[in-house]
Design a protein around this ligand. Structure first.
Ligand code: EPU
Length: 429
């Protein structure tokens, strides 16, 4: 299994190109199931999760062509995928495939909307809590699907097609909103989704669906209205930049010091995180090419932060912020409100010497002057990258094990960081 070796202590200086967002690319690829025509997606990141979803869609009979690079393309340019779901030959998504990635469960929505039936294994994914799918099932039931669970599979049937409905989510859910939105595009009549998630990835998917002929209004607000149509057509769409990758590198620079341009980043996608970084002492400026992050000399100031649905501070940056706060001048408090068990990084950060105590959903971090490198591993994607950040700032050598988690969500992580002066390498095997 690959490992990543880091020798910490170098400041980061240079340019980091930001990739397309994993959490938009995945639902966008799934949306390709809604049409017989080809959906072309540009700026799709080259990630293990994308490759895994290609396998899952392939199992349904979807042809996916990945266009090669063209002269003049930047070496980091994302890939272009041509997704053609002309013939769906299988409406079952098996356990072997879905158990590896939670988002693949979402295929249930386009399958039942277009094919009127779907059988999808209950999902797996990152170990960050129980992560049920009850609200996704509720949304499809409201739209008229008959839902049963049998042998670890969720079976959805709607022989006469889905029908528009009012779907009121009792809690904000990104997955629930994606599923309701995709399914409602082909339902008969009007669907109103209330307490909808406002995440930029929802807006990106809604934009793409509208290009495909869907009639969606209000994406990005808590009330989304969908007028069902009988068919969706092909379209071409560019995946928006990854706000979590942007925030992760911004935290890395805030921790190591230096000056980095995050090329292609869009500040409005992560304003709350940029505000927290400014409060912590980083210098953030926005220019035509993206976001510039710097920290020179001054220490890191402690902060008190709670994660929240967009536009709040994202749970997917909570672990990275904790690494940063491990070296703050004082004590910080970080409360996790989205997932009940997203603190696996705490124990591993302790291996660097970090002083963190947990009380329910709140972590108190007593900053120390310097972390010391250590062998570490993590059980989820964002926790893994928080260990990389800690390693970049720590004295001496860090070995990050179980790198496959990082490969699920960070494109060419070690290349991007070493281009900015980090001593970081992948050790294969
Ligand atoms: N929830 C339920 N019932 C449901 C669905 C969700 O109780 O049927 C709960 C969850 O257990 C959680 C909360 O609602 O406590 C929010 O879950 P949500 O549905 O919003 O999360 P998700 O769609 O499963 C996506 C991202 C996550 C990100 C969260 C929150 C993708 C592929 N995943 O997950 O990203 O943390 O939204 O923003 O978009 C990651 O990229 O590392 C990652 C975990």
């Amino acid at each position: 299994m690959d490992r990543i070796r880091i020798v910490g202590g170098n400041k980061l200086n240079g340019i980091i190109p930001i990739s397309g967002a994993k959490n938009a690319a995945l639902p966008l690829m799934i949306a390709g199931l809604l049409s017989e025509d080809t959906l072309i997606l540009d700026n799709v990141p080259r990630l293990a999760d994308v490759a895994q979803l290609q396998r899952i869609l392939g199992n349904h009979g979807v042809d996916i062509m990945s266009a090669g690079k063209r002269p003049g393309d930047h070496e980091y340019q994302g890939q272009t995928l041509h997704i053609s779901a002309a013939d769906i030959i299988d409406t079952t998504a098996p356990y072997e495939l879905v158990s590896r990635m939670r988002a693949s469960f979402w295929v249930i929505a386009p399958l039942v909307a277009r094919m009127h039936e779907a059988k999808v294994s209950l999902p797996g994914g990152c170990a960050i809590g129980t992560r049920p799918v009850d609200l996704l099932i509720m949304a499809l039931e409201k739209l008229g699907a008959e839902m049963t669970i049998d042998g670890g599979y969720v079976i959805a049937k709607a022989p006469g097609g889905l029908k528009g409905a009012n779907i009121d989510f009792p809690k904000v859910t990104v997955s629930g909103t994606h599923v309701a939105l995709m399914a409602a595009t082909l339902a008969k009549g009007t669907t109103v989704i209330t307490n909808a998630a406002c995440e930029p990835e929802i807006v990106d998917v809604a934009d793409c669906l509208n290009k495909m002929g869907a009639r969606i209004a209000g994406a990005g607000t808590t009330r989304i209205v969908v007028e069902g149509v009988t068919k969706l057509r092909g379209a071409r769409h560019t995946v928006l930049p990854d706000r979590i990758e942007t925030g992760t590198y911004a935290m890395a620079v805030a921790m190591t010091g230096g000056d980095v341009q995050l090329a292609g980043a869009r500040p409005e996608l992560l304003q709350s995180a940029l505000d927290v970084l400014t409060q912590a002492g980083a210098i953030i400026s926005v220019n035509n090419e993206g976001i510039r992050v710097a920290r020179n000399g001054a220490g890191i100031r402690p902060v008190t932060v709670s994660t929240a649905p967009f536009p709040g501070f994202p749970t997917d940056l909570q672990a990275q912020l904790m690494s940063l706060m491990a070296c703050a001048d004082g004590s910080s408090h970080i409360t996790e409100t989205i997932f009940e068990n997203r603190f696996m990084h705490v124990q591993e950060l302790a291996r660097f010497g970090a002083r963190i105590s947990l009380d329910g959903e709140t972590a108190t971090i007593e900053g120390i002057k310097k972390l010391r490198g250590a062998p570490v591993m993590a059980t989820d994607l964002r926790a893994s990258v928080s260990l990389v950040i800690a390693g970049l700032a720590a004295e001496g050598e860090t070995m990050v094990n179980r790198v496959y988690h990082l490969d699920r969500g960070f494109e060419r992580l070690e290349d991007k960081l070493s281009a900015c002066g980090a001593t970081i390498e992948r050790i294969s095997g």
